[in-house]
Design a protein around this ligand. Structure first.
Ligand code: NI
Length: 279
């Protein structure tokens, strides 16, 4: 993936960022990996200049959760979730629960995530059952720790909803990069969930996503990049980075016919509320 190393290739934001008082949060990124080792400090500074002041990095395996906890200890504006993503599913033991629980006590650890179900990549029925098992187990852990969860759901809408209506009905948190129907969005909102919006809303084929995005109450909306994935237009195909959540914010503000400042204020309040940032 091409990096933003050439200053001419850097995104230019017409309304200014930090100096214009914009305060955004990228509530879901994965910047603990090697693809950012060359320019992590500069990239976080670049996000700040675009008005993206706080980041929530999500672990997706035990290894990346470990890295993510270190990242949050190093950067004052980086928070983290710890958890095991469905694509990394393995049979959990009590020791794994204990490992995640111990990390939850560290500085700026604010969620159990990224956890969930992925039936797009996983077609095997036994492996899908394993995904459900470790998902339910991590939901229970989050309740024990009194932490919100960050959920990944790809083509597993029916099973996800079923679990959140039963085992997960006492959990709270975010369904990240929401890709379900309007009916499902309404059901999740009724259950108290927040919904995350990402780069795909800037794509030309985003029609269905935009219909749903129009209907999500502003006080339940979170902005995310999912960096290094899901890079917004016009940088699609390159490595994503947290500063580009600004493009997701601009597109969402335009769609909702409100100012960027208003959208930023509300979504930042949401991020603070659900993830307890600055606590
Ligand atoms: Ni993610």
């Amino acid at each position: 993936m091409e990096l933003f190393e050439n200053p001419d290739a850097l995104p230019v934001f017409s309304g200014g960022g930090e100096e214009a008082g914009i305060f955004l949060v990228d509530t879901h990124c994965h910047i603990d990996g090697a693809e950012y080792d060359r320019d992590r400090d500069e990239m976080i500074a670049r996000a700040g200049r675009a008005g993206v002041r706080l980041l929530v990095n999500m672990g997706d395996s035990l290894e990346s959760s470990r890295r993510s906890v270190k990242l949050a200890a190093r950067y004052k504006n980086v928070y983290t979730g710890v958890g095991v993503h469905p694509e990394e599913a393995f049979p959990f033991t009590q020791a794994d629960d204990d490992r995640l629980a111990a990390w939850a006590g560290e500085t700026r650890v604010v969620a159990v995530g990224e956890i969930g179900l992925d039936y797009y990549w996983e077609k095997d029925q036994d492996r899908r059952q394993l995904q459900r098992d470790i998902f339910v187990r991590q939901l229970a852990l989050a309740r024990d720790l009194n932490l919100p969860v960050c959920i990944h759901d790809r083509e597993a809408h029916g099973d996800l909803l079923k679990i959140l209506q039963t085992e997960g009905k006492e959990n709270r948190g975010v369904v990240h990069c929401f890709s379900g129907s309007l009916e499902m969005a309404r059901e999740l909102l009724k259950l108290g969930w927040y919904l995350g919006v990402d780069g795909p809303v800037t794509y030309k084929n985003a029609k269905k996503g935009l219909e749903v995005l129009r209907e999500i109450p502003l006080d339940r909306l979170l902005l995310e990049t999912d960096s290094p994935y899901l890079t917004p237009h016009p940088y699609r195909g390159r490595r994503n980075e947290p500063g580009l959540v600004r493009l997701v914010a601009e597109k969402t503000a335009e769609l909702r016919e409100i100012s960027l400042a208003e959208l930023a204020e509300q979504t930042t309040r949401n991020a603070r509320d659900i993830y307890g940032l600055d606590k």
